[in-house]
Design a protein around this ligand. Structure first.
Ligand code: UD1
Length: 361
């Protein structure tokens, strides 16, 4: 039986790696890997295939960047041709990016069952493109694999039938556990030479809007007086800094260090040894929870509340004064108590494949 597995953007790669491995082990299913090309830079894509041991994609659509409609439409057009030719038994999508949305719509229209890994997460903020992607993908999916109980509640509230929902855990954390030995051995963090905070920013609400971006930067201006901040920069953010003329302000912060996007291992090495992580990413809220590192989320909401109730995450928002006061308190007091959420145990991909064996064969 043929399963087409879709990846497109950076966080998808960590989620798909263990699934491909687990599918291959069965010998019943033939996994086909399709890369939409939503992310295409060596540092945003290729380096992850190598580091995470993901096989070369069997099919590449090479769609690249564009507006939401352009990017989604290009993926849909390319993917429809592939589905007509390949006639898979199932399409598996992960996460909440435009590739996830586009491929689930095309599959559903061709009556090919869709499995969504990381279903049911909700920020309840429809100005966030990913929230639209999550809602549409979940409404079209036949197998909804969830990472936590709140996702279950969200799906039931939206009328998803109970028998389509499978609580399996978190495949991004499968990858973290599988590679933990190599992360522990990685010495990249030692290049920093002093205690540091790690920062990532790429949400359109934070970096496409100058007013919001400035609120965050003003907070960082103060925080970098207390601790060195390492900032591997997303291409969207880099472009916006230039476009908005923020380079000067950033150059005036001697303790804010900008880096190119990092490899998986170098980045995880930095997370692991950071005093605190500032982020607007979803996956990083989960990875810091598992590694026990304090995470301050620079957003007004999160679709991953379990990282707050059980993990190391604190929702800070983007108010300058709140960012400063929370950061300085965490730097002084260290981490809060944390628990690793249920089933985030490194065996999620195996559970997913088990479901396929029970339901599809
Ligand atoms: C996408 C996802 C987001 C995810 C993020 C992870 C959507 C709607 N958004 O956001 O959920 O958290 O990936 O990184 O799917 N660019 C490059 N090189 C690349 C890719 C992008 O330079 O390899 C630049 C382009 O200028 C592009 C911009 O980054 O226009 C944004 O890329 P895009 O894929 O549209 O969205 P992301 O912000 O990366």
């Amino acid at each position: 039986m043929k399963i087409i597995n879709v990846v497109g953007a950076r966080p998808n790669f960590m989620k798909i790696a263990p699934i491909i491995r687990a599918i291959k082990k069965t010998k019943i299913f033939n996994p086909v890997l399709l890369h939409t090309g939503q992310h295409y830079d060596q540092k945003m894509s290729d380096s992850f295939f190598k580091d995470l041991g993901i096989p070369k994609p069997d099919i590449s659509l090479g769609v690249g960047s564009g507006t939401h409609a352009e990017q989604t439409a290009k993926i849909m057009l390319g993917f429809e041709k592939i589905l007509r030719k390949e006639k898979p038994n199932l399409v598996l999508v992960v996460g909440d990016v435009n590739s996830t949305l586009a491929c689930s719509i095309v599959s559903a229209k061709l009556n090919i069952p869709v499995a969504h890994v990381e279903a049911g997460l909700r920020s309840f903020d429809r100005s966030m493109p990913e929230e639209i992607n999550r809602i549409v993908t979940d409404s079209l999916s036949d197998y909804l694999f969830i990472t936590c109980e709140d996702a279950n509640q969200n799906l039931l509230r939206e009328g998803v039938s109970r028998d389509k929902i499978f609580f399996v855990g978190n495949t991004m954390i499968d990858t973290l556990y599988k590679l933990k030995g190599r992360i522990d051995k990685n010495t990249y963090w030692q290049t920093v030479k002093e205690p540091f905070a790690l920062l990532t920013l790429h949400r359109p609400s934070n970096v496409d809007n100058k007013e919001n971006f400035l609120k965050i930067l003003k907070g960082l201006e103060k925080i970098q007086e207390a601790i060195k901040i390492i900032f591997p920069i997303h291409p969207r953010t880099k472009k916006n800094i230039k476009r908005m003329g923020l380079n000067k302000m950033i150059k005036k912060m001697p303790n804010l260090h900008l880096l190119e996007p990092l490899s998986y291992f170098n980045f995880m090495s930095l997370i692991k040894h950071a005093q605190v992580v500032f982020t607007d990413s979803g996956g990083i809220q989960e990875e810091t929870t598992v590694l026990g590192v304090p995470c301050l989320t620079l957003r007004e909401n999160t679709e991953r509340p379990v990282t707050i109730t059980q993990g190391t995450n604190t929702l800070v928002g983007i108010d300058t004064e709140k960012i400063i006061s929370t950061a300085l308190t965490v730097i002084k007091n260290g981490k809060k108590r944390e628990k690793i959420p249920e089933l985030w145990d490194g065996k999620t991909a195996e559970r997913i494949v088990q479901v396929f064996q029970e339901k599809l064969v």
